[in-house]
Design a protein around this ligand. Structure first.
Ligand code: GTP
Ligand code: MG
Length: 371
């Protein structure tokens, strides 16, 4: 971890905490035995006191989660692409997500009440399925990335044909590129008389987005979220892109994924939407989600129907959580309740320690600025 308490550091070196505190003072850091210091500082102290520093894995208790194990090649099966929509304000992100939602052959036009669970799936007439993250805007995308989560396989960049490339278009390009996620351009509002798709393709060149018509390999589709034109072509482009990405996962293992949304609901308690990355999540599974944990009491799909299980790329609402997970937290099924609780409590403790360190730093900075 990035933090260790002064006392703990002293214990591990079999030194007195007062000597560690003195050493820290020499380095210009005022700390008490209960305060925490970061790994770099700890390493300095360790060497200063004549020991050798050896950084260990995040925590022994975390190792059991196996978030980084690779699944064997023969266990991998194709999975649906997970798509996020980004773009400048008012360019039609919400309209496009709504229009795409209506193309689902399962719920159909008469689908009734739409459940908003942060993500939804569309089943195409061809039988192919696409998962859409229903949280438009790059804020959600970056917030998740900052927590180390990478849920998105493909970014749909919406650019209004009558407004062309704007500041948030450029922002979105930067974010997608930084994350290494391929972009598909949806040139929206093509129904408008002032629409100029060529100008959009042209301006994208300046930001190193080379669409097909310009000799590049970025897929681009002209659409109208308003009257539904081009949506089938956009879906084809998504499927083509996902074939190129060869998206696969092992459905036969303990589920792992990412929290995409969480909220407290009256009568239901804490509810989180999880996007399963691999494995299959089932009712009764014990899990840890960030610093929360629990046992799956019920699973609901994006239409609000109770389901028994959720496999790779499926977004699902979970009931039965103790604590408060946040978007971007990782999610993992554990062997038993004890393990889930142990990891959650360990993470809670880390969070608290980090807060203490931040406060201590603030105090020291105030001390210096007062001088
Ligand atoms: P923010 O969430 O505020 O950033 O906007 P947004 O990108 O979600 O755009 P939204 O879907 O709210 O659409 C903005 C406006 O453009 C609305 O008035 C829509 O009706 C309109 N609009 C969206 N798509 C189209 C389209 O294809 N054609 C036309 N003519 N208008 C559209
Ligand atoms: Mg919107």
């Amino acid at each position: 971890p990035e933090v260790i308490s002064v006392q703990e550091l002293a214990n591990r070196m079999s030194e007195r905490s007062v000597d560690v505190i003195k050493c820290l003072m020499k380095l210009g850091i005022m700390a008490t035995a209960n305060q925490t210091i970061d790994a770099d500082t700890a390493e300095l102290v360790v060497e200063e006191l004549g020991h050798t520093a050896k950084r260990v894995a995040e925590s022994d208790v975390e190792i059991g989660l196996g978030m980084d194990d690779q699944d064997a090649e023969e266990t991998l099966l194709p999975r649906a692409p997970v798509v996020a929509v980004m773009g400048h304000v008012d360019h039609g992100k919400t309209s496009l997500l709504d229009a795409l939602r209506k193309t689902d052959v399962v719920s159909g036009e008469a689908g009734g009440i739409t459940q908003h669970i942060g993500a939804y799936q569309v089943k195409l007439a061809s039988g192919n399925v696409i998962t859409f993250l229903d949280t438009p805007g790059h804020e959600a995308f970056t917030a998740m990335r900052m927590r180390g989560a990478s849920v998105t396989d493909i970014v749909i960049l919406v650019v209004a044909a009558d407004d062309s490339v704007m500041p948030q278009t450029i922002e979105a390009i930067k974010h997608a590129k930084a994350a290494g996620v391929p972009i598909i351009i949806a040139i929206n509002k093509c129904d408008k008389p002032a629409a100029n798709p060529d100008k959009v393709r042209q301006e994208l060149l300046q930001h190193e987005v080379f669409v097909e018509d310009m000799g590049g390999d970025v897929l681009s589709v002209e659409v109208s979220a308003l009257n539904g034109t081009g949506l089938d072509k956009l879906q084809d482009a998504i499927l083509l892109q996902s074939e190129m990405l060869e998206l696969r996962a092992n459905p036969e293992r303990a589920a792992q994924g990412t929290v995409v949304e969480s909220k407290i609901e009256t009568g239901r308690g804490m509810v989180a939407t999880v996007l399963v990355k691999r494995g299959t999540l089932r009712i009764g599974d014990n899990f840890v989600a960030g610093s929360a944990y629990g046992k799956v009491r019920a699973l609901l799909d994006h239409r609000g129907n109770q389901v028994e299980e959720a496999g790779p790329s499926v977004p699902v609402e979970i009931l039965g959580i103790q604590g408060a997970p946040v978007a971007g937290d990782d999610f993992a099924v554990t062997e038993n309740e004890g393990k889930a609780k142990e990891i959650a409590e360990y993470r809670l403790r880390l969070e608290k320690e980090k807060k203490v360190t931040a406060t201590a730093r603030g105090t020291i900075e105030q001390m210096f600025s007062a001088i």
